[in-house]
Write a protein that binds this ligand. Sequence first.
Ligand code: NAD
Length: 282
Amino acid sequence: MILIDGKKAAAELRNELKKEVAELKKIHNKVPGLTVILIGELAPSKIYVKNKEKSAVEVGLKSDVIRYPETVEEKTILEKIDELNKDESVSGILVQLPLPKHIDKQKVIEAISPGKDVDGFHPMNVGNLSSGYESSVPCTPLGCYLLIKKIEPNLSGKKAVVVGRSNLNGKPMTQLLLKENCTVTITHSKTADLKGECLKGDIVVAAVGIPELVKGDWVKKDAVVIDVGINKTEKGIVGDVAFEEVSKVAKALTPVPGGVGPMTIACLLKNTIECFKRSQKK
Ligand code: NAD
């Protein structure tokens, strides 16, 4: 079984991006810039943002974090986004989720200029992705896609099963696999025979949030299995895939932690660079 090393893949990607940023600097005499807006004091959000900032600096991007207290007004955030949309030194804007209850997430997502939407959440990018046009792609499914391609460079005609239909993971994952000519089944909490559907997959991507939901006897022999889940349990952090059981059947499998997670941030940097390149073309 191939243990898909997300840490190594992310380090390789960051290395490539670092070289690309150096090249872009030579050509344009400036580097892509990522601005993150962080609202409140949620510990996981603070850790994510710190890691994003560190990685951005490591590859040579201009990195800014703008912090607001939990009580900040929605209007203040929308005005700041408007200012950042107009700022040419900012290539990508990310508002760290979740937001406090009094701030409308959709309004915030739609306020970000689609060309600077490094999370790929803006409806324009969602639509472009599903139409097969150039777009920012949400970072986690993009990371999964890059890991799958390392194992299976030619996905054409493969049967892929995505478990979970969130806007963040399942739906964009489905679009990426469809673009590669996979035959894709998207499953969810109301799917009648989840085990039966999973068993058909040459590729299985689990993005659910239920510890070890996908069992060994749910997976076809030699399938490639990608585990997006991050679940806190008594035995520590586990994924949505029963690792021990599935590792006996699968051809390749991502561990949790150390699989998809590290790729997410590397893909955020990649998206920032892509936004910069598209803005320079205009
Ligand atoms: P979500 O709660 O938005 O969506 C979960 C999806 O799972 C839903 O579409 C739901 O229909 C489906 N689902 C729920 N119960 C099910 C069941 N019993 N059978 C089949 N499907 C079921 O979650 P999300 O934001 O997509 O996150 C999923 C997991 O991925 C979570 O554990 C989250 O922590 C993790 N995550 C990891 C990363 C990373 O970088 N590795 C990034 C984002 C999210």
